[in-house]
Design a protein around this ligand. Structure first.
Ligand code: FAD
Length: 472
């Protein structure tokens, strides 16, 4: 059969790939998107953002019912039905991935299920499960193949489905483990650790750095960790894992030593979740056929217009430099589609929020205090605790605070860091102000509905702009 000629063939249908494909089609291009999974949506919709949030939501309700409802005057004795909770998660995933298939149809994007590889510039081969293959010719190719779980440097590891697991399986355990060790105190480890801790597991987090959440603002990460300790999670910080071993009779052990050197310690658990990070995925993609260069970390090298070392081949999302976040991949997908349609577009990497969907949530945009100090930028801090917010009191959600960092001279908003209920939604306001180059005073002068958690944003902005909030 004749192979169709496309303006654009996207390899990978995660938030980077599917968004780029849809946007390009909306701008008039003839587009195909190739995906090797059976469903579209990538890591994010199938095994990442979406299933983890379904479990975080459900497990948080379970925990609340057991711990906070009585204070609200509701008597219940919650009982866990894990299969039903998992089925809620599976249904959530299904409706989201089906949604992408629908959007492809609606926008006339041709979806191909199969493994894509670049045969040469302008040519993508699709190998299907039934052994057949097809070659698509493309004016432009976008690599959006995302990332895969990485292991622990220097440690021999074999992942399985129930004992030494990656996040792919930690969202699908069949029973609640009595004990669980999480290697890695980053976003994924703490989110999934929270899920299983709320459902009854005794969770210990072993983290190499002296703080959780890596690059997040130090004050935020310390306050957050204290709250997790109150919730029953144990931390071993500054600990370098040297071995993970599966036991024949079930369970596994994790051996670690102080990162600065010293005696090693071994802990046993029913399940070990290794959540040490992810790396760019480019296996069997044929990068070498076309001469596409990668960097020292295996990521596809791109210039500021997402172009690889080869004309007509672009790359976006987790497979390139920058934060491994779904919305970063989406932003790049939209910007690239616009560029390919001849428009000028760019991504403002200084205003991309990061959110941890625990309880309370953690959200951050822009510079941290540590970064501002390092850059020698003079700044002012405006802070406001949720303890002093009426709505937060009504919700029994008084933990945490909003912290705004502003330029000492101009009052321009440089960063915002929130620990508290719905922080992930509140942070958008700070990101928007940063997009417009606005100041703390702009937020302080904007009417915020009362009573709402967003008033804490306004009060922190007042603290930064005028040195004083009203309600504290
Ligand atoms: P991916 O989503 O990884 O998609 C790439 C797709 O390409 C995959 O489906 C893959 O099968 C396919 N592919 C690869 N090679 C080929 C090939 N040769 N041919 C055809 N198809 C191919 N980010 C957030 O912003 N918020 C969150 O809450 C969040 N939670 C997460 C929770 C977990 C447990 C995990 C693991 C990740 C989470 N992330 C979250 C990160 C987020 O999932 C990624 O940043 C995002 O998926 C990156 O999108 P992408 O399009 O670059 O790649």
């Amino acid at each position: 059969a004749d192979t169709p000629t496309y303006d654009l063939v996207v390899i990978g249908s995660g938030p980077g790939g599917y968004v780029c494909a849809i946007k390009a089609a909306q701008l008039g291009m003839k587009v195909a998107c190739v995906e090797k999974r059976k469903t579209y949506g990538g890591t994010c919709l199938n095994v990442g953002c979406i299933p983890s949030k379904a479990l975080l939501h459900a497990s948080e309700r379970f925990h609340e019912a057991g711990h906070h409802y009585a204070e609200l005057g509701i008597k219940v004795s919650p009982e866990l039905d894990l299969p039903a909770m998992m089925s809620h998660k599976d249904k959530t995933v299904k409706s989201n991935v089906d949604g992408i298939a629908y959007l492809f149809k609606k926008n006339k994007v041709d979806g191909y299920i199969g493994t894509g590889s670049i045969e040469a510039q302008g040519s993508v081969k699709v190998e299907k499960d039934d052994g057949s293959s097809e070659t698509l010719s493309a004016r432009n190719i976008v690599i959006a193949t995302g990332s895969e779980v990485s292991g622990i440097p220097g440690v021999d590891l074999t992942f399985d489905a129930d004992t030494i697991v990656s996040s792919d399986w930690a969202i699908a355990l069949e029973r609640v483990p009595e004990t669980m060790i999480i290697v890695g105190g980053g976003v994924i480890g703490l989110e999934l650790g929270s899920v299983w801790s709320r459902l009854g597991a005794k969770v210990t987090v072993v983290e190499y750095l002296d703080k959780v959440l890596g690059p997040m603002d130090g004050e935020l990460s310390t306050s957050f960790q204290k709250l997790l300790v109150k919730q029953g999670i144990t931390f071993k910080l500054g600990a370098k894992v040297t071995g993970v071993e599966k036991h024949e009779g079930g369970g596994a052990s994790v051996t670690f030593e102080p990162a600065k050197g010293g005696d090693s310690e071994t802990l046993e658990a029913d399940v070990v979740l290794v959540a040490t990070g992810r790396r760019a995925f480019t296996q069997n993609l044929g990068l070498e056929n076309a001469g596409v260069k990668t960097d020292d970390r295996g990521r596809v090298e791109i210039d500021e217009h997402f172009k690889t070392s080869v004309d007509g081949i672009y790359a976006i999302g987790d497979v390139v430099r920058g934060a491994m976040l779904a919305h970063k991949a989406e932003d790049e997908g939209v910007a690239l589609a616009e560029q390919l349609a001849g428009q000028s577009a760019h991504v403002n990497y200084d205003a991309i929020p990061s959110v941890v969907y625990t309880a309370p949530e953690v959200a951050s945009v822009g510079k941290t205090e540590e970064e501002l100090k390092k850059a020698g930028i003079e700044y002012k801090v405006g802070k406001f605790p949720f303890m002093a917010n009426g709505r937060a009191r009504a919700m029994l959600a008084t933990d945490g605070f909003v912290k705004m960092l502003v330029d000492a001279k101009t009052d321009k908003l440089l960063g915002c860091h929130i620990l508290g209920a719905q922080a992930g939604d509140l942070i958008v306001e700070a990101g928007l102000i940063m997009e417009f180059g606005g100041s703390a005073e702009d937020i302080a002068l904007t009417s915020h509905a009362h009573p709402s958690l967003s008033e804490a944003m306004r009060e922190a902005a007042m603290a930064a702009a005028y040195g004083k909030p009203i309600h504290i």
